[in-house]
Structures are given as C-alpha cells and as structure tokens.
Design a binder for this molecule. Structure first.
Ligand SMILES: CC(C)(COP(=O)(O)OP(=O)(O)OC[C@H]1O[C@@H](n2cnc3c(N)ncnc32)[C@H](O)[C@@H]1OP(=O)(O)O)[C@@H](O)C(=O)NCCC(=O)NCCS
Length: 309
C-alpha cells in the first residue's frame, strides 16, 4: 500500500539563499552551464556578507537543481547588476522573481551574458523581457598551424618605412612605459565596445604591474617610438590576446596585423598550443586583423539588458 504523504510532489521547489554546503553542487551546475569554457571548483562559492552579491539556489527534494547570482557588473559599468543563471531552466523564473523582490539599491539596469548555444539562458532572458543588446565574438587559432613566414613581406615593407617590431622588455625605460600607457588610453577612447568588452580602468602603475607580472607585449616602433602594441596573457597551454592598439597616425598599414603575427610567433616558439581572443562585433578593423592572422570565429556571446524601473 502506498501512502501518498511519503512522496514530495515533483514541483515542490524551494528557493533559498546559498549555503556553504551547496558549494559542490553549485560548482557542478555552473561548470556544466558554461559547456567546457571554464571549470569552477567548490572553493569559488562561499556565502557572502556583501549585500550586493547574492546567490540563491533552487532545491528540489534534497537536490540543488539551479542557482542564480546577482553581482555588480564591474567598475566600468557602475549602474549595472549582472545576473548569472545555471542549472535547470525551469527554475530560472522563480529564482529571478525571488531576486527581484530583494534587489540591492543603486542600480538602474540588469545585464546577462550568455553564449549563443546556452539555450536555457538565452530562452530565459528573451522570455523575461531582456533585450539582446550587444554581441561579441570569441575566436581561436591553432598555433601549430601558424607560420610567420607569410607575414615576412609585410614586415619587410614596413621596415623600409621605418617600423620595427619586437618584444617589450620588462626593464624597458620609463619613456616606453609612458608611451605604452598613452597608447593604451588612446585605444580605450577609440575602440567600439559594449559592457562585456569594456576593461576595468587601469592607471599607469597598474598597467605596468599587470604586464610585468602576467603578460608579454609585442610592440611596433617607428624611429624608436612605440606606435602599436598587442598584449598577450599566457595561460596553461594557451595564450589570450585582449588588447591591440595602433596609434591613429599609423593605422591601416598592417601594423596591428604585424605585431599580432609577431606575438603569435613568440607564443608558438614558447610551446603554446593555441591562442584565443575576442571582441565586439562592432570592431570591424580588429575582426579583419584577427581573420588575417588566422583566427576562427566561434559562436557569439550575447549581452542582454533590462532596465530596472
Ligand atoms: C583595431 C586597430 C588596432 C587596427 O590597427 P591597424 O594597425 O590599423 O590594423 P591593420 O592595418 O593591421 O589592419 C586593419 C584592417 O582593417 C581594415 N579596416 C580599417 N577600417 C575599417 C572599417 N571601418 N571597416 C572594415 N575594415 C576596416 C583595414 O583595411 C585593414 O584590413 P586590410 O589589411 O585587409 O586592408 C586600430 O584600429 C586601433 O587601434 N583601434 C582602436 C583600439 C581598438 O579598437 N583595439 C581593438 C580592441 S582591444
């Protein structure tokens, strides 16, 4: 004989704040949700005393089946809160509504970032009235297929016009660091961007420290003066390129292509297997440069937005 009271109804969904004991389940849900792009360990998930960072979980029976996290989007977009969802899409709406009932003050819009093939998240943002406002592309290149030789005629042509390409040394003189920072600022002013591709602001000391500690930079000089650069961040097996700038007086001559090719030749010689990059679809010159370098564009990232009224 069956006692119906022994069974929880299938729809007995409980929404509650995240607890530290949920960390392994949440790490698994979040890792699954990004489909192999990144791996998240349980140590990344802790109860937060910060009222602007709130994580809720949806629990069915004893199982955490979904999670939703609100956090400030970043210093470059101080009016925006970011919503990240993972797990069973059927729980996204109750999680979202529970968050909406208790939002931190001081924000005027909500942003969500999803890959085109994160179907449950794409469907949720669409159904919840968010606008598909900005698109960004990601791209990869297999360094084993990269051959600098095809860029040699370009290098020779530019050399005859006074340009030389090389790596920036960590003990470069201050005049080089000043020029690099000025060019970095110029690039920020000129680059079309969206909230997802807007970097955190850096002062000259911070930029120099990040480069010395974590990155390698290829530069083009014109009669000694730095007029173009690309920053590469070496990861485990892959290098990531996020920031390329050419001084406006020297654009459309192939300099970004050449510094990019030099950087990739360096990465290949150092034994890295692949290179990754990305940017907003609005940046046609950068898309062109990366296509010439051999990057293959992948599915797009979509930034969704909804005003908080
Ligand atoms: C993007 C940027 C680095 C390109 O530098 P560059 O030295 O001019 O690049 P290159 O000369 O190697 O190549 C640019 C390509 O874009 C093409 N291009 C230029 N303007 C374009 C436009 N509006 N639409 C489409 N293509 C364009 C050029 O014709 C060239 O292609 P080609 O070699 O096939 O003719 C430079 O425009 C820049 O510094 N922009 C501001 C900072 C920025 O946006 N950085 C990228 C994001 S971090």
């Amino acid at each position: 004989m069956t006692d119906s009271h022994e069974h929880r109804p299938a729809d007995a969904l409980v929404i509650r704040p995240f607890q530290n004991a949920d960390a392994p389940a949440v790490a698994r849900l979040v890792t699954d949700s990004v489909r192999g792009h990144w791996t998240y360990g349980p140590e990344r998930f802790k109860e937060s005393p910060d009222p602007q960072r709130r994580r809720l979980v949806a629990v069915n029976g004893a199982e955490v089946i979904a999670t939703a996290h609100f956090s400030p989007f970043g210093n470059a977009t101080p009016d925006a809160l970011r919503l990240d969802l993972a797990g069973d899409g059927a729980a996204f709406t109750p999680l979202y509504l529970a968050h909406l009932a208790d939002l931190p003050p001081g924000f005027s819009r909500l942003l969500g970032v999803t890959h085109e093939d994160f179907i449950a998240q794409m469907d949720f943002f669409h159904a919840a009235g968010f606008r598909n406002a900005w698109q960004s592309w990601g791209a990869h290149l297999d360094l084993r297929d990269f051959d600098f030789a095809i860029f040699q005629p370009l290098e020779e042509r530019l050399f005859l016009k006074g340009y030389e390409v090389g790596q920036l040394s960590n003990d470069a003189p201050d005049v080089d660091w000043d020029a690099l920072f000025a060019l970095h600022e110029r690039g920020l002013a000129d680059a079309p961007r969206n909230p997802t591709t807007t970097p955190e602001p850096l002062n000259p000391t911070e930029l120099r420290e990040i480069i010395v500690d974590e990155e390698t930079v290829s530069v083009a000089r014109w009669h000694g003066e730095i007029v173009a650069f690309v920053r590469l961040t070496p990861r485990e097996r892959e290098v990531e390129s996020e920031n390329t700038v050419t001084h406006p007086d020297h654009r459309s001559r192939g300099l970004a292509t050449l510094v990019g090719a030099r950087a990739l030749a360096w990465a290949r010689a150092e034994g890295y297997a692949a290179a990754g990059t990305g940017g907003t679809v609005l940046n046609l010159p950068m898309l062109r440069v990366n296509t010439r370098l051999g990057y293959r564009v992948e599915r797009m990232w979509v930034t969704w937005v909804r005003a908080l009224t």
